[in-house]
Ligand binder design. Structure first.
Ligand SMILES: [Zn+2]
Length: 258
């Protein structure tokens, strides 16, 4: 049984060079849609060159589906293995076991995963046992959740922005019009375009903050980070990261293993 990973916005597609968004194009008679998704099936551990340490590895398939009028006409799957933290490709450690996706979760901590995949193996100190290690994690989260890195592929933010922009600009255009509807037309155009653009920017802020919260909450429990050290290091970061850290610190302790 395969589990489709919902936590897909942690930038791993970009790191893997995969575009997971659906790309559609329409002709007069036919609509073809190509979509790439990552379906994780297993966990393991291995050394990640980008992170410079042993990490949890996600193993699964990159599934590329071609659909015509939303009906799948072809599908290919290639095996993929990537670092759970940064999304870069990595290989499992020698003799490391693969365990089913359902048999481990980040809340159980890295130590538990090492026990399951590489019993007796010493991966060294936790990557977050020092200020430098925590700083590196925060730097990565700040980078991938930056507004300029966020793709707003949801139509809702620009549509809401355009509606609000029109509601603001249209009455102004009506007030300014003299003879003809030029002012109304211009105000309508400014309202739709300006509001739509504002909606995209605002959506990027919201999605970036949400991504930072999710990544930091996961890292906090996964690496068993010292809360005082985390608060201290986060003090050097922007409000967006400090708020995400505060939410992570307020997260209830990890639940017992099933
Ligand atoms: Zn990594």
């Amino acid at each position: 049984m395969k589990f489709q990973v919902e936590d897909a916005s942690d930038n791993r597609e970009n790191a893997l060079g995969i575009n997971s968004a659906a790309h559609g194009f329409a002709t007069m008679l036919i609509h073809i849609d190509q979509k790439t998704t990552i379906v994780q099936t297993h966990w393991s551990v291995g050394y990640c060159g980008y992170c410079g340490c042993y990490e949890a590895l996600c193993i699964g398939d990159v599934v590329k589906a071609t659909r015509v009028f939303l009906v799948a006409v072809s599908q290919t799957a290639d095996e993929v293995c990537y670092c759970d933290f940064c999304g870069q490709r990595a290989k499992p450690a020698k003799n490391a076991q693969l365990i089913l996706l359902k048999n481990w979760c980040a809340e159980w901590g890295m130590e538990d995963l090492f026990d399951r995949c590489t019993p007796g193996f010493d991966p060294g100190p936790s990557r977050c046992s020092t200020e430098e290690g925590i700083d590196r994690v925060l730097r990565h989260v700040a980078k991938v959740s930056a507004v300029k890195r966020i793709n707003v592929d949801d139509a809702l933010p620009p549509v809401i922005g355009a509606i609000v922009g029109t509601a603001i600009c249209l009455p102004i255009g009506i007030l300014l019009q003299d003879n003809g509807n030029v002012a109304v037309g211009i105000s309508l155009l400014i309202g739709i375009l300006g509001g739509g653009l504002f909606g995209i920017v605002a959506g990027s802020f919201v999605l970036g903050a949400r991504l930072a919260r999710r990544l930091l909450s996961k890292a906090y429990v996964k690496y068993r980070i010292d809360p005082d050290l985390l608060s201290h290091v986060a003090g050097n970061y922007p409000d967006r990261i400090r708020r995400a850290v505060a939410i992570a610190l307020a997260t209830p302790p990890p639940a017992d293993k099933a």
